[in-house]
Design a protein around this ligand. Structure first.
Ligand code: PHE
Length: 455
């Protein structure tokens, strides 16, 4: 079968726009709207923003290209794709093991992501109960409990599975193209509203003016790199499998650049919304600094400080809160479908199951894992987040760069990039990227990884 036919048989995005919305849908998620602003808050504002922007361009975009190129070239999931690039049997085994590690990491990430998304989703009925004056219901939906968290994690997981079961074009692409524009409109509206409130300008200053003395702070570089990898959905084969559904007539370097730009732009916009909102909250008497004088970050910021702010603004605040949590849920959903697609596409190709069956089995298994985390929250949650995002994603990112740089022959690379981009050979991308992805990018990632571990 010709590669194009094979792609059609296994599903394909219907257009370049479809791919860009699905891939940006994957990239834009809690990492942007929750992770980026909270990391910015805990690392002193503008300094983190600056380092993040540099790393997104220097490390994350080249690594994204590695995944997209491997995906489109092999037209397989990560487990089948990597061995296909190698001639030697030992390397093939290594490729397969790397692919399985990627699939496992995607499952771990979805395991905790569905819990967090469930917390956020529960805030939607909480806001509705608040607006309609149902105090008891509001209390139940807004306070964490095993029953509430389990229920909303189940709902979110079922929603994710329902979309993935419909396939690439009718599920993932269709829902991403519906949800992403809604997300951008909601976010612009919210940022514009918050920026008019008293106190917002102080937050804006902290966000936009970097304090260069903070750049050398331990942990800042490592956190910025981890954040960039998480935000662009790298390392776990998500972008690889999406790349495998891209048509041969697409210009990959340009399409990849759009995805990276939209992802970074939305993270930046989320910061523009949340950091000023914190200072608006401070004006209204809400505490935004911890005892050690650093800004409140993490779950407390999203689930305590911001809801306190919304409450203090009366009915208008409740409506803003409702919109904010709808926004977060949409962002989480377009990402979670891309995570689930990784193990599902593997199960489909490996065990020749129907898509519906594969989705049911995989989603049920991951949901069981989420429940396990919920029941052993203190012991498991932080550990799963750390192992999957701080260790596994950068390590897998290095391996994928090495596979793209060393296992793919230069001629194959050029042919792949030239498909959809006939002038590739004369482009700056072709002059820099192949050497960069072989040496510079993996070494930089490893150096920062080690620095982070030792810090
Ligand atoms: N990029 C997503 C976010 O920012 C998370 C994600 C990680 C999605 C890995 C897919 C794979 O929330």
């Amino acid at each position: 079968m010709a590669p194009q036919d094979a792609a059609n048989a296994r599903g394909q995005f219907s257009s370049r726009f479809g791919f860009i919305t699905a891939a940006t849908g994957s990239a834009v998620g809690l990492g942007n709207i929750w992770g980026f602003p909270t990391q910015t808050a805990s690392h002193g504002g503008g300094a983190f923003v600056l380092v993040y922007l540099i790393l997104a361009f220097l490390l994350a975009y080249p690594a994204l290209m590695a995944e997209l190129i491997i995906g489109r070239h092999t037209r397989h999931n990560m487990v089948a794709a990597l061995p296909q690039l190698c001639n030697r049997p030992t390397l093939q085994v290594f490729g397969r093991a790397t692919g399985l590690y990627g699939v496992l990491t995607a499952c771990l990430i979805l395991g905790f992501y569905a819990i967090v998304a469930g917390w956020l989703m529960a805030q939607i009925p909480a806001a509705i109960a608040d607006i309609s004056g149902q105090a008891v219901a509001k209390q139940w939906f807004s306070q964490s409990s095993l029953a509430r968290d389990g229920l909303f994690c189940a709902l979110f997981s079922a929603l994710t599975a329902a979309i993935v079961a419909r396939g690439v074009k009718d599920g993932i692409e269709r829902w991403s193209t519906r949800l992403m524009p809604a997300l951008i409109v909601l976010m612009l509206g919210l940022a514009a509203t918050v920026l008019t409130l008293p106190g917002a300008m102080e937050g804006l200053r902290l966000y936009l003016i970097p304090d260069f003395t903070l750049i050398t702070n331990p942990g800042l570089l490592g956190s910025a790199m981890g954040q960039a990898f998480f935000s662009l959905s790298l390392g776990v084969g998500t972008m690889l499998i999406y790349g495998s559904y891209v048509s041969n007539s697409d210009n990959l370097p340009l399409t990849g650049a759009y995805v990276a730009l939209v992802d970074t732009g939305i993270a930046f916009l989320a910061g523009l919304l949340i950091i000023p909102a914190m200072f608006v909250a401070q004006q209204r008497g809400i505490r935004i600094y911890k005892a050690d004088d650093t800004l409140i970050a993490g779950p407390d910021l999203i689930l305590q400080t911001l809801p306190d702010l919304f409450n203090s603004l009366g009915v208008v605040g409740s409506i803003i809160g409702l919109v904010f949590f709808v926004l977060l849920t949409i962002a989480a959903l377009t990402s979670s479908i891309s995570m689930l697609e990784v193990p599902v596409s593997f199960a489909l190709e490996q065990f020749k199951l129907s898509r519906r069956r594969a989705t049911c089995w995989v989603a049920a298994t991951i949901f069981t894992f989420s429940l396990l985390i919920l029941f052993n929250f203190d012991a498991l949650f932080g550990a799963v987040v750390k192992i999957s995002t701080q260790y596994s994603q950068p390590l897998l990112g290095v391996l994928l760069c090495l596979f793209a740089g060393w296992a793919l022959h230069r001629n194959q690379l050029l042919r792949e990039i030239s498909a959809g981009f006939p002038a590739a050979e004369q482009s700056l991308f072709w002059k820099i990227w192949p050497g960069y992805i072989r040496f510079v990018c993996p070494l930089l990632i490893i150096a920062m990884f080690v620095q982070n571990l030792s810090g």
